[in-house]
Design a protein around this ligand. Structure first.
Ligand code: SAH
Ligand code: MG
Length: 196
């Protein structure tokens, strides 16, 4: 792969600047899923510095990615990285809050990887941009293991509320009869919701 160095540099940058990029295990699952289902059009909520977008795009030369980021520093870093990786023709970077952006396009895969408390709202908004047989994959369903903790043991009130939101989202997916959702203990926990 010609942009191996860019990817390595991005990983180092992420560690140094504490950017929460997807785990290796999560990424391998995503790449494999994209390959197995011949996914071509991807929408990502939460670009960060463009790491997962670039890796997903690299699965096959006919893949295009649209990705949304609201943090200006990260967005600018992503613009640079996408250029360096030579993917600016195939990755569209949108600067803005995903809850305020409107897209007309449809996608084979929506990858939700932004503010965990908003997962349900992202899902309900962007399912309208999903193709007939599309899939929505949500990252960080385990919330670094916090969803398995007894709630009383989590000291910060904010954190407790966030954990509750992740759990509520899980229940929402379990009860959503328009999709079949599998919860995978891969990386930080992935929910794979396939449209029925
Ligand atoms: N997908 C990236 C990691 C994303 S980290 C990767 O694996 O490489 C989550 C990102 O989502 C953060 O950079 C954060 O700024 C962004 N984010 C959170 N809420 C958002 C929102 N409502 N709209 C757009 N971006 C958001
Ligand atoms: Mg994530």
């Amino acid at each position: 792969m010609e942009n191996d160095t860019t990817i390595q540099q991005m990983r180092e940058y992420a560690i140094e600047h504490k950017v929460p990029i997807i785990t290796d295990e999560g990424l391998h699952f995503l790449e494999d899923y994209i390959r197995r289902h011949s996914i071509k059009r991807i929408l990502e909520i939460g670009t960060a510095i463009g790491y997962s977008a670039i890796c997903m795009c690299n699965v096959s030369p006919d893949i295009t990615v649209t990705t949304i980021e609201r943090d200006d520093a990260r967005y600018l870093e992503a613009v640079n990285n996408v250029k360096k990786a030579g993917l600016d023709q195939r990755i569209e970077l949108i600067f803005g809050d995903a809850l305020e952006v409107y897209l007309d396009d449809t996608f084979d895969l929506v990858f939700i990887d932004a503010a965990k408390a908003q997962n349900m709202r992202f899902f309900e908004k962007y399912e309208y941009n999903l193709n007939e047989k599309g899939t929505i994959i949500t990252d960080n369903m385990n919330f670094h293991g916090l969803v398995f903790e007894e709630e009383e043991k989590i000291e910060s009130r904010n954190l407790r509320q966030l954990v509750r939101k992740v759990k509520d989202y899980k229940v929402f997916l379990e009860h959503n009869t328009k999709y079949h959702t599998e919860f995978l203990d891969v990386g930080d926990g992935l929910a794979v919701s396939e449209k029925i």
